[in-house]
Design a protein around this ligand. Structure first.
Ligand code: KG4
Ligand code: ZN
Length: 346
């Protein structure tokens, strides 16, 4: 069966096509993404209205490119899957409207699915089906979540999430402070390689004995970096940007990997999956590999292209739902900006 996935929850318009085998295996046939990230750069973050308009312009061309890449015609598609939430309301509506229109016109089923579950599903395109249970750490500009995945098509439970900024958001804000370009993850990652991660002891948020074990907080860390830089500037010192970047990155990597490994041990889970744009970070994946190896936990990190927002992950989730025999969504569905992670599809 051919499943076509559409993603438009943030600033990436994605169309992916996957083939579902009779044994439940998924094969990626096309993965096309159009990003409006360049249009948001001067604002230092995603501007919802700009993102929505960019989706509208990119939807048809991205669909055409995906079909061309797969060598298939629209009539070959057996089922559609689309991100219904969570995400930006106006942006989600573009993808949902497009998917429903294609499905109705072709008389094919459509699944309104959860973006977060999509991030988890992305890994099946590279490493095959997921063991049950598995623990997923989603880290991007919009989310920081620890998910217990018992069944990709049926049962995902949120163990914890950030109570303020997402991990990627912290990277973007700290980059702005250090006058580095947006998005801030890649330049900080690069600069950190030249700095000393132990130069400055930045706080490890939510790691106190009374803090929620599986939740995260990055806003205090961002403020600590701002205060440190302000103090250095006020004292007339040259700010050691590489040391600040390395020390900030160490604080993020330390907390994320420590909490993920601890949760895996607590729940007796043998596999940790890290996904989302921040999973591309060299220190986070490096430290996760080290700590997972020490704890005897298998680590799965999909390639960066599958980690960031894309339509392929939505196609992969759609394929998992079709394989599990889950009923498609009734055509009256709309976008749900606050769709809870427990709801994998509607
Ligand atoms: O998944 P993604 O492309 O989009 C969403 O936010 O959904 O993630 C983008 C985020 C940005 O905040 C960006 O700064 C961060 O991922 N990022 C990184 C790296 N590459 C991208 N953060 C740390 N290190 C990186 N190498
Ligand atoms: Zn995402």
């Amino acid at each position: 069966m051919i499943i076509l996935g559409i993603e438009s929850s943030c600033d990436e318009t994605g169309v992916g096509i996957a083939e579902l085998g009779a044994d439940g295996s998924v094969r990626l046939l096309a993965d096309q993404v159009a990003s409006s990230v360049g249009q948001h750069a001067r604002f230092g973050g995603v501007v919802p209205e700009i993102a929505s308009r960019a989706h509208l312009e990119a939807m048809r061309p991205t669909m055409d490119r995906a079909l061309a890449e797969s060598g298939l015609a629209l009539s070959d598609v057996d089922a559609f899957a689309v991100t219904r939430g969570p995400g930006l309301a106006g942006a989600l509506m573009v993808g949902v409207g497009a998917a429903k229109a294609y499905a109705l016109a072709l008389g094919k089923p459509c699944y309104g699915v959860n973006h977060l579950a999509g991030h988890v599903a992305a890994d099946t395109l590279q490493h095959g089906s997921l063991p049950s249970p598995c623990l997923a750490l989603l880290v991007s500009g919009g989310h920081t979540q620890l998910l217990l995945v018992e069944d990709l098509a049926g049962k995902i439970t949120e163990l914890g999430s950030t109570i303020d900024d997402a991990a990627g958001e912290a990277y973007d804000k700290v980059a702005r402070l250090l006058e580095l370009p947006y998005p801030g993850g890649p330049p900080i990652d690069k600069l950190a390689a030249e700095g000393d991660p132990e130069a400055i002891a930045f706080p490890r948020g939510m790691t106190g004995p009374r803090d929620a074990r599986h939740d995260f907080s990055f806003s205090g860390l961002k403020t600590a970096v701002a205060r440190w830089v302000e103090r250095a500037e006020a004292a007339g010192e040259t700010v050691p940007v590489a040391d600040v970047a390395a020390s900030f990155q160490e604080a993020v990597a330390d907390v994320l990997t420590m909490k993920a490994v601890r949760a895996a041990e607590e729940y007796g889970i043998g596999t940790l999956l890290i996904s989302g744009g921040v999973a591309a970070n060299s220190r986070i994946s490096g430290l996760a590999a080290q700590r997972c190896a020490a704890a005897g936990i298998e680590l799965r990190v999909p390639r960066p292209r599958l980690c960031t927002d894309n339509g392929a992950m939505i196609a992969a989730l759609g394929a998992a739902l079709v394989h599990a025999g889950v009923a498609p969504t009734a055509m009256e569905f709309g976008a749900d900006p606050a769709m809870p992670v427990e709801l994998i599809s509607l």
